[in-house]
Design a protein. Structure first.
Length: 211
């Protein structure tokens, strides 16, 4: 079992089951069972674009003889839901290949072209997404969320500097940000694409954990 700040992940042989925590944060709401089921379904929809062979579906979790068992996603009486995935070989992530010295310039070019092709085909985001106002609102929310850590794990001057930089960036680049949105350059992409999320194996290239 592994935990992230928003999920509990169970590794069982060749399968992985990700259960969303019943939490509400400024950037997500998993506060009800219905919402957690909905976001499990959304996770499958979004991630199948980049890893169709790894994201198998949504499973219900039901009570059974003093314990619990997996069931169909529409099973009556489900007390929770999980995203079911095939387990990947962690040695085949781009991060692991780079650390091992097994990723050369050709590997990086292959991954880059794959990402470019995906972005070219990805649906455009809503018109309001990526606007200067939207970017500013997201930055402000992040800054508000970190205020509680100022003086404990975050230096006050660092936080103030980040706030000034964020405000000046949006103000100074307002025209470019607006043009980018108007040109349809804001797409429904991956949202958290890191080297550890890219897998290169016998099936080709895949990317996990799209948000």
């Amino acid at each position: 079992m592994k935990e992230t700040h928003i999920s509990t992940v169970f590794i069982a042989g060749e399968r992985v089951y990700k259960v969303k925590k019943a939490i509400t944060l400024p950037f997500l709401d998993y506060g009800t069972l219905a919402l957690r089921r909905n976001f499990c379904e959304e996770e499958i929809r979004l991630n199948r674009r980049l890893a169709p062979h790894l994201y198998l579906g949504v499973r219900g979790i039901v009570a059974d003889d003093g314990g619990f068992r997996l069931a169909a996603s529409d099973a009556p009486g489900a007390i929770e839901y999980a995203v079911e995935m095939r387990r990947v070989d962690c040695d085949r992530t781009l991060e692991a290949l780079v650390v091992a010295g097994a990723a050369d310039a050709g590997t990086i070019e292959q991954v880059t072209r794959w990402i470019i092709d995906f972005h070219a085909r990805a649906p455009r985001a809503a018109a309001s997404c990526g606007s200067p106002e939207d970017v500013k609102a997201r930055q402000d929310e992040n800054l508000r969320s970190t205020l509680g850590f100022v003086g404990a794990v975050l230096d006050a001057r660092v936080h103030a500097t980040a706030e000034r930089f964020s405000d000046s960036f949006v103000l100074g680049r307002r025209r470019e940000i607006t043009e980018r949105t108007g040109a349809g350059r804001v797409r429904e992409g991956h949202g958290d694409l890191r080297a550890e999320h890219v897998v290169l194996d016998d099936t080709g290239i895949a990317a996990l954990d799209c948000v």
